[in-house]
Design a protein around this ligand. Sequence first.
Ligand code: SIN
Length: 548
Amino acid sequence: MIYDVIVVGGGIAGLMAAIEAKDEQNRVALITKGNLFKSNSSMASGGINAVLDINNSKEINQHINDTFNSAKGIGNKKAITYMCKQASSIIDKLVDYGVEFDRDENKKILQRPFGGGNSNRTCYVGDKTGSAITMALIKKAKSKGITFLPNTFILNLAKYQDRVSGVIALNKENSQVTIYASKAVVLAGGGYAGIYRGYSTNAPDYTGDLLAVALRAGLDLKDMEFVQFHPTGFVKTNYLVTEAARGEGGYLVNSEGLRFINELGTRDEVARAILKEQLEGKKVFIDLRHLGIEKIQQKLPSLYNAALNQSGINIAEELLEIKPVAHYTMGGVDVNMTSCDIKGLYVCGEMASNGVHGANRLGGNSLLEGCVFGNLAGITAKEYANTNEFSPINYNTVVKDIEMIEYIFQGDTTKNFNAIRISLGKCLFEKVGIIKNEKSLTEAFDYVKYLRQISYSLHCINKEKNNNVELSAILELRNALEISEAIILCAQKRDESRGAHFREDFPFISKHFDRSFVVKELKKGFFRISFKENELLRKFRNLFINKE
Ligand code: SIN
């Protein structure tokens, strides 16, 4: 199958990229591993940040500064500035595509405060902003004639020298390996917080598959140790209690009835404060009772229903117990805006590390980043496809993938891979979680290494080729283990605390670590970690060299 542009990922970054990449002549396909309506974007409920008045440079600069400060010294000013300046036109585009943001009586888009920000700049659709945007983008993509290829699991990139030539994929419906040739490819497959299985707001199939694909293709992963824990999830089901609940005035109280933290601090601060209470044996609740039923049903209707249905709690009258949960991952494929070392390949959304979030992401900036950089990736991919020919396919890689799938179908297994996935999630949460130390990281590393070894001897018990969920589970587990190792290696190297990365044995930020770590796979299973200088250091060095 041949396309001019292939986009992988059905969240807002992927949808935006596909829409921008499509014109009347070209063929654009959007590939998703599962159901299009089930992305993390559609779960990001609270809102999208934007300064709406493009002439208000003071407020735009404030958005830039808040984002840069939140990145804690490893943010990329160019990418942040681009994103904040594009925000207003992206909101206009979304409105044009049919997103009905909440408005006041004068039809002005309403904006609410979010944590770590200095202004009310979060535009919203009640508490279902992500799903409202996703639905509008799906409609738009369908109307533009984009081909949707759901249930398609990407195994590897097809490359020819330093150019992309397509993707190698598994059709989940019949377990066939297929090559999709294309001139340009956009990867927008989301982050890896789902590997904290059982302790994450993400769907469990967010296992970092495309990051593992990128590693295998020779690309670097950057800032992998920065995993964001959202302060508020349901205790039993991990359902996200949107930050909008605190933005609208909700309190956090402990079991003694005391407030213990500024609810609108940055997510890392609030998550750590909650964990501290819990470690002291106290429970933590969100208190929304003072908002009143009318405001709750108007501003937080999804939360109201979910609390009632999942926990039997009426939030207008009762406290709702919460806990911090893995929510978002700042690390990803090292890119310059959306470009990387492979020509014709663009990476955007949560799986990209373009430096917009650095060590910590501001709430409300993820939907914005997905839209802005998805848009940019679509534009650049189209330009590339218009000016380049198809590259040859290296069929050796395809054959290897076919053999790998056959091997997983052959043979028997005594291991329960679902139990392995669950225990990996628990290990990561407890040892590579909100608070880490050298001992916990070493234990996690040894465990992940052990699991990686046994993951290569896993086989499908069910040999049926049609819709074999075991096959996807094994492939996801292998990818998740590669990514887990990358997270742990970076966390072990970073002997300091910065943003979402907190080491109790090194509780302070250190100038020495004002840079990012990048992970490269040297050969199958062997990673190299190195420093990447941050912008300021690089500029300073170049200045020095130029003077000489
Ligand atoms: C939320 O509504 O709290 C999630 C949105 C985000 O992570 O930016």
